[in-house]
Structure formats: C-alpha cells, structure tokens
Design a protein around this ligand. Structure first.
Ligand SMILES: *[C@@H]1O[C@H](CO)[C@@H](O)[C@H](O)[C@H]1NC(C)=O
Ligand SMILES: *[C@@H]1O[C@H](CO)[C@@H](O)[C@H](O)[C@H]1NC(C)=O
Ligand SMILES: *[C@@H]1O[C@H](CO)[C@@H](O)[C@H](O)[C@H]1NC(C)=O
Ligand SMILES: *[C@@H]1O[C@H](CO)[C@@H](O)[C@H](O)[C@H]1NC(C)=O
Length: 305
C-alpha cells in the first residue's frame, strides 16, 4: 500500500500508515483521520470486498483514488462513493467483478466532478444507460478490454444502450478489445469535444453512415485490427477531415474502386494526418489480384477496365 498526499498530509507521520503487506480489506473509516488527504493510492493490492462507502468516510477532500490491479475481486454498491464527492480521478482497471457497475442508481452518480474514469480490463458485459448520468465533466473514459459488444447491437433487447449520451465533454474514449461489431447510429452523438477515439481490436466490418459526424474535434482515430473492408466517405469524411493521426492497418481491405478509391485518394493527398505505415502495412485482402499488396498499389484506372 502506498500513500500520496501532496502538501495536505503534513501533520501525520506517514510511516505509521504504510503497510508493506498487500491490502485485502479496507475497514470502515480506515482513512478518516486523513481529513486533508487528496490522493489515495491503492493499486496492486488484493482488495476483496464490497465497497459500501463507509471505507472512505472522512475523506471529503480526496480528489483522486487509484485502485487498479486488484484482482477483479472488488464489488460496488450504489453508495460506494457517496463519501468522496470531490473525486476527479477514479481508476478501477482490472479490479472489479464483471457485474460491479451494473447498479441502479449507478455507483458513480455522486461523482459530478469526475473527469477521469478507468474501468478497463474488468470483463464488464453489462452497463446501464444511466451509468454515467450526471458525470457531465467526464473527459477520459477507459473501457478497453471488457466485453460490452452486446450493448451496441441493434438486436439488443430494448435497443442499443447509449451510455455515452450523458458525457458531452468526453475528450478521450477507449473501447478497444471489446468484441464490438456495431456502432449504433446515435452512440457517439454530441461528442463534439472528442479528440482521441480508440476502437481497435474489435470486429467492425460495415460501419453505418454518419456515425462519426458529430466528432468534429477528432485528432486521433484508431481502428486497427478490425474487419473493415471498405473506407467509405459516408462514414469517414467527417472524422478524417482534421485528424492528426490515423491508425487503421490490419484490416482486410477490399481493393475495388467502389470501396477504396476515395480512401486511397485521401491518403495520397493528405498532408495533415500521420498514417503510420500506410504504404506497406495497409494491405488488400480482396480481390485476389491485389491480395497482400499495399492498398497504395491499387490502381483505379487499371481496376476500372
Ligand atoms: C488540514 O489542513 C488544514 C489547513 O491547511 C490544517 O489547519 C489542519 O490542521 C489539517 N488537518 C489535518 C488533520 O492534517
Ligand atoms: C483542426 O485542428 C486544429 C488543431 O486542433 C484546430 O486549430 C483547427 O481549428 C481545426 N480545424 C477545423 C476545420 O476544425
Ligand atoms: C497519388 O498522387 C500522385 C501524385 O500526385 C499521382 O501521380 C498518383 O496517381 C496518385 N495515386 C493515387 C492512387 O491516387
Ligand atoms: C504477404 O507479403 C509479405 C511480404 O511481401 C510476406 O512476407 C507474407 O508471407 C505474405 N503473406 C501472405 C499471407 O501471403
């Protein structure tokens, strides 16, 4: 266990608080003497309990809680964070049980100042539409390496779960490695501040028109390792318009005029966007004549004849 306190912990001898053994259980009011603590570091422990909220009693000044890498044995309740209303940063990566966030009301609902939330690597499959309700200041959301593909399927019972509609200020969204194969038409609506979007290592093939059209601040887009065959202007014209970095290699591109001409022309002409390795790592999968060749070798004039 480690402590970080900045200037506020000055009256307490921190040696009395540091334990070298990993923590398995936080008792009620464990930290209540640390009224001025602003940062609590609990990464890499073995915390195995339901956080009821009492554990954090007295920590009204805490702004950052780091609790990642705790063996996915932490469970939450709706009250888990009621005593830390000033929290700005909360990391729970690789710490939660898969069902921990699937609560009504959401455990995060008291955290209206939250700007950074890490829920990555938790095997989360169920998120409620209101999980982030009230978190209007959220800027960074890390959801990578979970299992939330079902939530964005049009066939989902009750329709797709549009859990990003409450977070209009998002700047960074990581949802890579989730088995996603659909982006609902409305899933990314209103995210006009989004600058970094990582959707790599999913199963996207055909993306719906205009899904990215509200993302006019986008600077970095990562769609590496999907099943994308076509890069059509109806989907990509807006998000590529002012990008500084595009990562889209390792997709099985179909090198025919219809699917590739627009993208290849854009790649050839862009002098604003970095596209790492686009000459040799963006490969055609079909048709056979272009198999395993660079998409830049695709010759629209030859292909037309
Ligand atoms: C907390 O900070 C205040 C103001 O800086 C100080 O007066 C008080 O003694 C501190 N309390 C503790 C428990 O450190
Ligand atoms: C493109 O991005 C730059 C840098 O963020 C910004 O200054 C500029 O206004 C943007 N242009 C458009 C057309 O959005
Ligand atoms: C790329 O640009 C060069 C020079 O402007 C041009 O000769 C070439 O035909 C273009 N290739 C494609 C695929 O658009
Ligand atoms: C694709 O081309 C690369 C280099 O040109 C070669 O090393 C690789 O074996 C080829 N892959 C397939 C599946 O043919």
């Amino acid at each position: 266990m480690s402590w970080s306190s900045y200037s506020s912990l000055r009256n307490i001898n921190s040696k009395t608080l540091v334990s070298l053994a990993a923590i398995a259980q936080i008792d009620a009011q464990s930290f209540s003497v640390l009224r001025n603590l602003t940062t609590l570091l609990l990464d890499y422990n073995f915390i195995k309990q339901i956080l009821t909220g009492k554990e954090f009693e007295g920590l009204d000044q805490v702004e950052e809680i780091y609790m990642s890498n705790n063996q996915q044995t932490v469970n939450l309740k709706s009250t888990s964070f009621v005593n830390v209303p000033n929290l700005r940063v909360l990391t729970l990566g690789k710490s939660l049980k898969a069902e921990a966030v699937n609560l009504d009301p959401s455990p995060f609902s008291p955290l209206t100042n939250l700007t950074f939330l890490d829920l990555s690597n938790n095997n989360i499959a169920n998120i409620r539409e209101d999980m982030l309700k009230g978190l209007t200041n959220l800027k960074v959301l890390k959801l990578q390496h979970n299992n939330i593909a079902r939530l964005w399927k049009s066939a989902n019972l009750g329709g797709p779960v549009l859990f990003l509609k409450h977070t209009p200020r998002l700047v960074t969204l990581q949802m890579d490695s989730n088995g996603l194969d659909e982006i609902p038409a409305e899933a990314l609506r209103g995210l006009g501040n989004l600058r970094n979007l990582n959707l790599s290592s999913n199963l996207f093939n055909r993306l719906k028109d205009t899904i990215f059209d509200d993302l006019d601040s986008l600077r970095v887009l990562n769609l590496q390792k999907n099943l994308i065959t076509a890069v059509r202007p109806e989907v990509f014209k807006t998000p590529l318009a002012n990008l500084s970095l595009l990562v889209m290699d390792k997709n099985p591109f179909d090198c025919t005029c219809e699917t590739m001409l627009w993208f290849v022309t854009w790649l050839n002409e862009t002098n604003m966007t970095h596209v790492l390795g686009f000459r040799d790592q963006y490969l055609c999968n079909t048709p056979l004549a272009y198999f395993n060749r660079s998409i830049m070798e695709f010759d629209p004039f030859l292909a037309k004849t």
